[in-house]
Design a protein around this ligand. Structure first.
Ligand SMILES: [Zn+2]
Length: 228
């Protein structure tokens, strides 16, 4: 039985790589300078490169179950996502951070159900989305979608607790983007602070949360997260 994955690796090197050889050479020689930190859910149907049309060197990616951002002030444990945020902001000096949730998210659905007792890390991790959950026992389509979107806003708020993020957002050198990708429509809905909710990309003015200006917008963001 052929090893499909091995064949794909071989095909990449012989077919795809030669087309971009010089680009990769450039990225090796000059180092990476991505402008975007993309925090996305691990879901296999979310494909950041397809969504954004990005190529090698453009996205600094961190993915986890639910596209969650751990609190900055946690002192114990291994925090891969927190480390990636710090590195992207302090070392790579990215100009934007995207938090991308999506429709039919298993992590969000799990907020309304039981997690296997064997999955102790997963159970704890899901707590990072708990505040987004609505007080219903059997969530329907609309509740799940609202929860997915509320979870994105919750992570944006938590990002603002990272001192290096807050500093740069307030200085206007870093922008936060909250996205909700609807898999079946192929459309991203963008959280727009000014309009107060998620707006389909086709009707959005920009890809970001709007001018995320210091305290005023932040207060509004809090307000939105309760209304969503
Ligand atoms: Zn997901």
């Amino acid at each position: 039985m052929p090893d499909d994955l091995l064949q794909r690796l071989q095909r990449f090197q012989t077919e795809a790589f030669p087309l971009q050889r010089s680009h990769f050479r450039h990225l090796v020689d000059e180092g990476q300078h991505p402008m975007t930190l993309f925090i996305g859910c691990s879901d296999s149907r979310l494909v950041p490169y397809l969504l954004t049309g990005a190529g090698p060197g453009e996205l600094f990616l961190v993915r986890n179950v639910g596209a969650f951002v751990p609190p900055h002030d946690q002192s114990q444990g291994f925090h891969g996502t927190a480390a990636a945020i710090e590195f992207a902001v302090l070392n790579l000096e990215v100009r934007r951070i995207v938090v991308c949730g999506h429709s039919h998210c298993g992590a969000i659905r799990a907020l309304y159900g039981e997690v296997s007792p064997a999955a102790k890390h997963l159970a704890q991790w899901l707590e990072l989305g708990r505040e987004a959950a609505l007080p219903v026992a059997e969530p329907g389509h609309d509740v799940l979608r609202r929860t997915e979107q509320r979870a994105v806003v919750l992570q944006l708020e938590r990002l603002m607790d990272y001192p290096m993020v807050r500093e740069r957002v307030e200085a206007g050198t870093l922008a936060l983007h909250g996205w909700h990708y609807v898999i079946e429509d192929g459309e991203v809905h963008v959280f727009d602070v000014q309009r107060g909710g998620f707006v389909p990309a086709a009707q959005a003015d920009n890809a970001g949360t709007g001018p995320y200006v210091a305290h005023a917008a932040e207060a509004q963001c809090d307000e939105e997260s309760t209304r969503l």
